[in-house]
Design a protein around this ligand. Sequence first.
Ligand SMILES: Cc1cc2nc3c(=O)[nH]c(=O)nc-3n(C[C@H](O)[C@H](O)[C@H](O)COP(=O)(O)O)c2cc1C
Length: 157
Amino acid sequence: MSILIIYTTKHGTVEKSVNQLRERFKEVETVNLLKEKVPGLSDYSTVIMGGSIYMGRAQKELTSYMEIHLETLLTKKVGLFLCAGHPDKSIIEEEFNQSFPKRLIDHAVAKEVFGYELDFAKMNMLERFIIKKVHKVKESQFKLDETKITHFANKLR
Ligand SMILES: Cc1cc2nc3c(=O)[nH]c(=O)nc-3n(C[C@H](O)[C@H](O)[C@H](O)COP(=O)(O)O)c2cc1C
């Protein structure tokens, strides 16, 4: 039985992570929740879910999918990940705990924050303003951590 990766992304960092995860498994299918329909879960033994954080929250499409399908997800091998760029580790931890149902976090065999990208070329004016003023970041940053992605994948094999 194969692996399903369900994800949401705004500017593509999560998608990049998903592509790196893909390379680390044999049988894997991916679904961008914002664009595609999620297939029934009966064909998959492992389900990986991930999204990104904006203003403290993950995409609501991801959080509501997990709430609706929680009981089925609890029968699978589960991996949970985020892309998030807050510099404070305790805030990142809080963001992770708020993004996934507690029962799913307790059940998951792999949990990770892969890092982040802040690409000014992909942001609109408001986003650039927020990143400069609130996050005090002046230039694009590319901080996805491949080692964390490899570790995460190894736990799910
Ligand atoms: C406008 C804006 C707001 C953000 N807010 C947060 C935040 O509150 N906390 C956080 O950890 N990261 C925050 N980030 C960082 C994103 O989570 C990071 O850029 C991530 O890589 C985005 O992934 P995506 O391209 O897949 O959507 C923010 C980024 C932007 C552009």
